[in-house]
Design a binder for this molecule. Structure first.
Ligand code: GLU
Length: 472
């Protein structure tokens, strides 16, 4: 067995949990209940691929029912296994608790390489998987609501919705059975970029905390900070975009096939188009190639954003990482051994289970939209604009001065769906960051921000169990 196989991701989550549980006063029984995965569903189903019948292995794990529905993405990758799905489901419980999204954690996965199948075959696999979930009551707007994750996106969510709708005709809230859907299929504007934008909002808030930055020996603010992004998928792409737009310099981007660096900063869209056209991130005009992609993690920079898969920074490479802040955009990119190294080095690790919560936060907004059957802003946008126009007209009349056209359109603008989603996400990420930092500041024994985040999460989930009266 290789070292990679021996590593248990769920074990790592359990060990982080235990480390944090010591800083709480909850009954050991409550803590044990919070740790366990409540329901684990492993399935095998046949799908005809070409002339062959392929047996597909898949999972759905509901980690916690302290709040329902359960919530979490579905991953398509050859690395999907039970241990991973359990770990990711557990992280979802803690993630939802931290950002006050009223769901229990869940996760699903299919052990396939999506690149090996045609669109038609992927649709067959996705629809069959959805049937399996329906059969066991593992999907529904009030029970368990999947979403995209590594290897899946809007297209797969639309197939899941369509399969669910066809099996539940007339169910008025059926649109809420899955999130991350295309806008035309009941999705919400802003969901696609939500995780990357949430990562940016979280790190920006940290960078705006003068005390935290002083300890790291850095100037406050994200402007001019150097950033390395690992992974140019949905999360990495959008994180890079918002850092660049916020005035930071994305000096390196890494993918499987290699990485590229540029001291003046890279434009993620140009890099994305180059990769699409040539099939590789390497040889981007003006940039320097790094053939071994992992070396990008070790570049000198202010902020490192691992936005791909778990376990990429471990006890072996952590000592060589030079970033001052590591923002975990992926789920579980650091092992507990890496955490120890960074705590000793004074590197700030901003933990996954809150930093990448933007996706589930906006999924929550999408689910609320589906249950309310109305687009955000539809009722009030025009009303607000008319009010603003009237106020501005009055001011102009009373003062005898005119506001210029550009300022006028900013002041008059009534909120669209996307404005409200961004603003809700910004509020959520800022509040969560402050809450975790406050918890950390209040207890000098808490060794790192991950532990502080777990303490906040455990307290919320345990309070919820206690209030349910499950434990006297
Ligand atoms: N897969 C994403 C995550 O890990 C989103 C989950 C969701 O929106 O339910 O947070």
């Amino acid at each position: 067995m290789s070292a990679q196989q021996e590593y248990s991701f769920f074990g790592a989550v359990e060990s982080s949990f235990d480390k944090a549980a010591k800083f709480t006063t909850w009954d050991p029984g409550i803590l044990e209940q919070i740790k366990q995965c409540n329901s684990v569903y492993r399935m095998h189903f046949p799908v005809k691929i070409g002339d062959q019948i392929e047996v597909i292995k898949a999972y759905r794990v509901q980690h916690s029912h302290h709040k329902t529905p359960c919530k979490g993405g579905i991953r398509f990758a050859t690395s999907v296994n039970l241990d991973e799905v359990m770990a990711l489901a557990a992280l979802m419980t803690f993630k939802c608790a931290i950002v006050n999204v009223p769901f229990g954690g869940a996760k699903g996965g299919i052990t396939i390489d999506p690149k090996k199948y045609t669109t038609y075959e992927l649709e067959k696999i996705t629809r069959r998987y959805t049937h399996e979930l329906i059969k066991k009551n593992f999907i529904g707007p009030g029970t368990d609501v999947p979403a995209p994750d590594y290897g899946t996106g809007e297209r797969e969510m639309a197939w899941i919705l369509d399969t669910y709708l066809s099996m539940n005709p007339g169910e008025v809230d059926a649109l809420g059975c899955v999130t991350g859907k295309p806008v035309s299929q009941g999705g919400v504007r802003g969901r696609r970029e939500a995780t990357g934008l949430g990562v940016f909002f979280g790190i920006r808030e940290i960078c705006n905390m003068a005390e935290v930055m002083k300890k790291l020996g850095m100037e406050p603010g994200v402007e001019n900070k150097t950033v390395v992004v690992q992974g140019l998928g949905n999360v990495g792409y959008h994180a890079a975009k918002y850092f660049r737009e916020g005035g930071a310099k994305v000096i390196a981007i890494a993918e499987f096939e290699g990485a590229i660096t540029h001291p003046d900063g890279l434009n993620e869209e140009a890099v994305f188009q180059h990769r699409k056209k040539t099939g590789s991130i390497l040889n981007f005009p003006g940039a320097t190639n790094i053939v071994n992609s992992n070396e990008a993690l070790e570049l000198s920079c202010d902020i490192l954003i691992p936005a791909a898969l778990e376990n990429v920074i471990n006890g072996e490479n952590a000592p060589r990482v030079k970033a001052k802040i590591i923002g975990e955009a992926a789920n579980g990119p650091l092992t507990p051994e890496a955490d120890e190294v960074f705590a000793a080095k004074g590197v700030l690790v901003v933990p996954d289970m809150y930093l990448n919560a933007g996706g589930v936060t906006v999924s929550y907004f999408e689910w609320l939209k589906n249950l309310s059957h109305v687009r955000y802003g539809r009722l009030e946008k025009r009303f607000t604009e008319n009010q603003n126009k009237n106020i501005l007209n009055q001011i102009e009349e009373l003062t005898g001065r005119k506001v210029d056209a550009a300022t006028k359109s900013i002041i008059e603008h009534g909120a669209d769906e996307v404005d409200l989603v961004y603003s809700g996400l910004e509020e959520t990420m800022i509040t969560a960051t402050r809450e975790i930092i406050e918890c950390w500041n209040n207890n000098s024994q808490i060794p790192d921000m991950r532990t502080a985040a777990y303490v906040v999460a455990i307290n919320k989930v345990a309070t919820s169990y206690a209030e349910l009266g499950i434990f006297p």
